[in-house]
Design a binder for this molecule. Structure first.
Ligand code: AMP
Ligand code: MG
Length: 398
């Protein structure tokens, strides 16, 4: 049995470069950008009025002028006007080009207009006040967004400003989620006394949707020849197989045998952790297989702990977990295993406190609803003290 650190190391040594795809910017939120985005023109592209008001020359103002004849109106979205007489003004709207020859905008709030004359009662003026200068923010050809940035709403704004209708992003893996187990029925079925509805598949689909992966899913009964036949076809058509169940010691846990018989190289089986100890990981050619134990909490935490970093590293971005929280109450855990403790989070004056709500083990999926995250308590200790800081794996927020 290997440690969680070793398991993660092996997984990260078996990532796959899945290449690049070009997609519509509307689908790019959360994806990893695979091209540098340069400014197609200056930001802003012209001297932009940043308030509604009148555009004047500071020379006229500084020579004592306070009443300006209005020559015209410069609206946003119209061609640039010229101030013909430097003693006059032009009304300007936010987002309009500052008229040629003007070098300051006085907001309407400080202006009184009567019979075509704008009067101001201020005593000071700054050169270029309320004019957002051309190229002040970025210059044409400047690097705006570097390759390997994860696209957020901020990047969507910049991508669209420079006219990127399509963007190059890291291709997501094609994933098949496979549940096993003869006790499982569909969500819309009424289970017999000895059955349960299959939930893990849907949890996994949701966990993948969260990282923008659209997965397929299938259920296969605990029947060895059938498992073998179905998995054989799936192996050829997917980048990743995520299993839940059938990897423990039970009489019907056929998966490890079946995978090995199909030529999948076993890279490890069993990790010193709770929940999720019977985790099996392997590879066949370019297809990667994560076989998580079927208990719902095991599948849930293992997907986030192991599959998420695999996806990030495959996409060429940082995969380290930089999220931490403070244990809010001392907790004892005796087995020599890494323990993923379910915690409810509280942000107390900017500090993230993790309140343990341990639940009733790996089958207690209802307890996940009462929590926000897992706190990863390292192996080798038994007492974890209030105030100590541990890595955090969140499934809510963040
Ligand atoms: P296994 O890993 O196949 O031994 O399953 C461990 C436990 O998880 C059993 O109690 C199963 O009934 C349960 N389980 C397995 N697969 C699922 C699933 N897809 N949804 C909900 N529970 C499951
Ligand atoms: Mg099973």
């Amino acid at each position: 049995m290997i440690t969680t650190e070793k398991a993660l190391e092996i997984i990260l040594n078996h990532t796959e470069d899945l290449g690049i795809e070009e997609i519509n910017f509307k689908d790019s939120l959360g994806m990893v950008l695979k091209e540098d985005i340069l400014a197609d023109r200056d930001f802003p592209p012209f001297h932009r009025a940043s308030m509604d008001g009148i555009a004047i020359t500071t020379d006229a103002f500084n020579s004592g002028k306070r009443a300006f004849k209005i020559e015209g109106v410069q609206a946003a979205g119209s061609e640039q006007l010229s101030l013909k007489d430097p003693e006059n003004c032009i009304e300007v709207m936010t987002g309009a080009m500052a008229p040629v020859n003007s070098d300051a905008v006085i907001p309407y709030e400080l202006v009184e207009i009567t019979e075509g004359i704008a009067r101001v009662s201020i005593n000071d003026i700054q050169y270029f006040q309320n004019i957002h200068r051309k190229g002040l923010d970025r210059k044409e050809k400047d690097l705006l967004i570097a390759k390997n940035t994860v696209i957020s709403a901020a990047e969507i704004g910049v991508l669209t400003t420079v006219g990127k209708t399509t963007v190059k992003v890291a291709r997501n893996p094609k994933v098949m989620i496979i549940s096993t187990g003869d006790e499982l029925v569909e969500v819309d079925q009424k289970p017999e006394a000895y059955q349960i509805r299959r939930s893990n598949v849907h949890t996994l689909v949701a966990l993948l949707e969260r990282i923008k992966i659209d997965a397929d899913s299938i259920h296969i009964a605990d029947d060895k020849p059938l498992l073998k036949q179905k998995i054989k076809a799936i192996l050829e058509n997917y980048d990743v197989l995520l299993f839940s169940g059938a990897v423990s010691k039970g009489k019907f846990d056929f998966l490890p045998e079946v995978l090995e018989e199909l030529g999948v190289e076993k890279l490890f089986h069993k990790v010193r952790q709770r929940p999720g100890k019977p985790f099996w990981f392997g590879k066949k050619d370019s297809t990667t297989i994560f076989a998580f134990p079927g208990n719902p909490v095991s599948t849930f935490v293992s997907c986030m702990k192991y599959f998420y970093p695999w996806v990030k590293k495959s996409a060429g971005i940082g995969f380290e977990n930089n999220d931490f929280a403070i244990l809010a109450k001392s907790f004892t855990f005796k087995p020599d295993l890494t323990y993923f403790l379910q915690v409810k989070l509280e942000n107390k004056n900017g500090q993230i406190l993790a309140h343990p709500v341990a639940g009733h083990g790996s089958g207690d999926l209802a307890n996940l609803v009462d929590n926000d995250a897992f706190l990863e308590l390292p192996r080798g200790n038994t007492l974890f003290n209030q105030g100590e800081v541990f890595p955090l794996i969140r499934y809510r927020g963040n």
